[in-house]
Every structure is written in structure tokens, then in C-alpha cells.
Write a protein that binds this ligand. Structure first.
Ligand code: GLY
Length: 364
């Protein structure tokens, strides 16, 4: 069983801990942490119906034994519910529960719920503290760390939101035991991304650990979650609000988000679209003489080994694809911005690429 790791995230104006440990949701560590953050009552939990009994009820029972009043809000899952209408339900839930300015909100779930509740916490009474307890790999290595919170608009994903850091992130790799395999693989796409943008030895380590990771060895999962959180914390420390280097976290996402949007979020999991996006963006980098063919091949091989898709769906209607790119937050002054790989472990951000190069790389 892996030990508890505490990773401090030190930003210019605030600081918080990411705690990563097997069984931390059930062995008292999470309860201790929540008790140390409580300044008012009730502590309000927000979760999905399927996670309530498994994770939230035991936490609430333990906190109530300590004499702490808790309140639970249940919100159904799904990207299509990450809306302003959904936010109203969460705000009303906070108000009815009596959350005050010293209140503490705890979100237990995946990235969609974490983004929404984070944005609700950022804006309710102009900001109440919140704790992320992510239960999917994707949320553990990306969405819960770094303070991006948002909801979608019909016009595009994450268009309304705020940078708002949590007071703590608590990660228990045991939650991954019940995650569907497709979701696990999808999270592994973001994990592989960290190797490509930052650390070649981590990329190689992932390939070495493949069998353990896919069979949910929680020791191996704990190790890779820790490395991803360390990388993300370092990037966010350097550039909290994505003025420059934080953009490297978007590798694969310019194409990936457009694929998701053009297929109406119905065909691909986020990580699957990002896997295709990473290979697509390597092909674009090749066309521009930035990415060597051997690097594209390495990226593609690693993703395929983990059972992730890598081929761009050429049948995608071009107009819808480019419309989706145009709506994306990464598009500035109508210019498509890319992160391109020079090698595994080193990327360039803020690269402008013309529509013609994208067309030739992906649709020819
Ligand atoms: N998911 C990319 C970022 O947090 O910047």
C-alpha cells in the first residue's frame, strides 16, 4: 500500500495541499483534512447519485461523529448538464443549506462536477472555500488541480468560468477500482500528455508500467498521479492564469476539443479525443518541420499500446470542425494556436498554424 504524499502547491497569492494516498477517503486522512479546514457549518458535499453511498455517506458519518453538521447535494452526471441552468440548482442548494462566507464546499466526482462546483464556489457570496475529491483519473491528474473552473455554453465548452484555486485536493487511487476501463484509458491519455510536454523519462516509465496501470495496480497509479500533479503544480506555479507556459497543458487539445465539439460530445471520451488530437498535432508539427516523424511515431505507439485511438476521423465535416476551432478559447484574433512537439519531453506553445496546413495535415 502506498504512503500518503502531500504535495504543496505554492502560488503567488495562495497555497494549498494535494494529498495523494491509498484509502485516504476511508482511513481518516480526508476527515482530518476537512476538519482542519472547517470554519463554519454545515460542510456541504456535492456529488453524483452513484457516488453518494460509496464515498460521501462514510465521510459524512465520520464528520457527524465529530459533531460537525454536514449537508449533501446530489447532481446527475453528464457534460450536457454542465450548464448555467445546472449552476442555479447548485447555488440554490448552497443557499438553502445555509452556506455562509466561511463555508466549506466539498465536491466528490469527476471533472465535469469539479469544474461546476468550483465555479459555484468561486462565485457564491463572491467566493467560498472548496475541496476537490476527484474520483476519475482524468480529474485526479488534470481537472482538479490548477484552479480552472467553468461551465459550457451552447456555443462552446468552458466558455464561462474563473480561475479559482481549491483549498485542498484529496486523491484516493482506490476510487479508480470502480472506474470503467474506457474511462481509465481516457485518463491515461492526459497522463501520457505530461510525458510528452515535460518529461521523456516519465513517458518511458509509463510505457514500462502499462500492464500495472491497466490492471489498476494502485501503487503504480499512485506513483503516476503524483508525478502528473507535480508537473501540473509546477506549470501552474509559473503561470496561474495561462498567459504563457500553462498553454503547454493544451497539447492535443486544439484538435481534440474541436473533434469533441464537431461530434457533439457523443462519440469520443475526452481523453480519446485528446489522444487523436496529440497525434494530429504531431502531424501538423511535422508539416511545419518542428516535429520529427520519429516523435510522431513514438507518441502514436505509446497511445496505441494503452488502447487509445490515434487516427483523425477524416469523415468529420470540415466546416463543423473549423467552426468548433474558431469558437475555442485558444483561438485568438481568429488565429489557431497550437502546442507543437519538438521532441518527447519538449514542446513549443503559442504556435500559429494556418487553416491550410491543418487541412493538409488532417484531411488530405
Ligand atoms: N487542463 C489544462 C489546464 O488546466 O490548464
Amino acid at each position: 500500500m502506498s504512503q500518503l504524499s502531500i504535495l504543496p502547491v505554492r502560488l503567488a497569492e495562495r497555497e494549498y495541499d494535494i494529498g495523494i494516498g491509498d484509502h485516504l477517503l476511508t482511513n481518516g486522512v480526508a476527515v482530518e483534512h476537512l476538519l482542519s479546514l472547517r470554519q463554519s457549518e454545515p460542510i456541504v458535499f456535492v456529488t453524483h447519485p452513484a457516488l453518494l453511498l460509496r464515498y460521501v455517506t462514510p465521510l459524512v458519518t465520520s464528520l457527524e461523529k465529530e459533531g460537525v453538521r454536514c449537508h449533501t447535494l446530489v447532481y446527475p452526471p453528464g457534460e450536457h448538464r454542465k450548464t448555467l441552468a445546472g449552476m442555479m440548482k447548485i447555488y440554490s442548494g448552497f443557499a438553502q443549506a445555509g452556506v455562509d462566507r466561511k463555508g466549506l464546499v466539498v465536491v466528490v466526482g469527476g471533472g465535469v462536477l469539479g469544474d461546476m462546483v468550483g465555479f459555484a464556489a468561486a462565485t457564491f457570496m463572491r467566493g467560498v472555500r472548496f475541496v476537490q475529491i476527484p474520483t476519475t483519473l482524468l480529474a485526479q491528474v488534470d481537472a482538479s488541480v490548477g484552479g480552472k473552473t467553468a461551465v459550457d455554453l451552447p456555443e462552446g465548452k468552458n466558455l464561462v468560468g474563473a480561475f479559482y484555486q481549491p483549498s485542498a485536493v484529496l486523491i484516493d487511487p482506490q476510487t479508480l477500482n470502480s472506474l470503467p476501463l474506457r474511462e481509465l484509458r481516457s485518463g491515461l491519455a492526459e497522463v501520457i500528455k505530461y510525458g510528452i510536454i515535460w518529461d521523456k523519462s516519465f513517458f518511458e516509465r509509463l510505457r514500462f508500467l502499462r500492464k500495472s496501470l491497466l490492471s489498476r495496480d494502485t501503487e503504480a497509479l499512485g506513483e503516476i498521479i503524483r508525478v502528473c500533479c507535480e508537473i501540473k503544480a509546477e506549470v501552474v506555479k509559473q503561470d496561474e492564469t495561462e498567459q504563457n507556459v500553462r498553454a503547454i497543458l493544451n497539447f492535443g487539445h486544439t484538435v481534440g476539443h474541436a473533434i469533441e465539439a464537431a461530434t457533439h460530445y457523443k462519440v469520443y471520451k475526452h481523453g480519446e479525443a485528446i489522444a487523436i488530437g496529440m497525434v494530429s498535432e504531431a502531424l501538423i508539427g511535422e508539416k511545419l518541420g518542428i516535429t520529427p516523424m520519429t516523435v510522431t511515431a513514438e507518441i502514436e505507439a505509446a497511445l496505441s499500446e494503452f488502447g487509445l485511438p490515434t487516427r483523425f476521423p477524416k469523415s468529420l465535416p470540415q466546416t463543423e470542425f473549423f467552426d468548433a476551432m474558431m469558437q475555442d478559447k485558444k483561438t485568438v484574433f481568429g488565429e489557431f494556436k497550437f502546442v507543437l512537439a519538438e521532441e518527447v519531453g519538449r514542446v513549443l506553445y503559442g504556435q500559429t498554424v494556418s487553416r491550410e496546413v491543418i487541412e493538409r495535415s488532417l484531411f488530405d
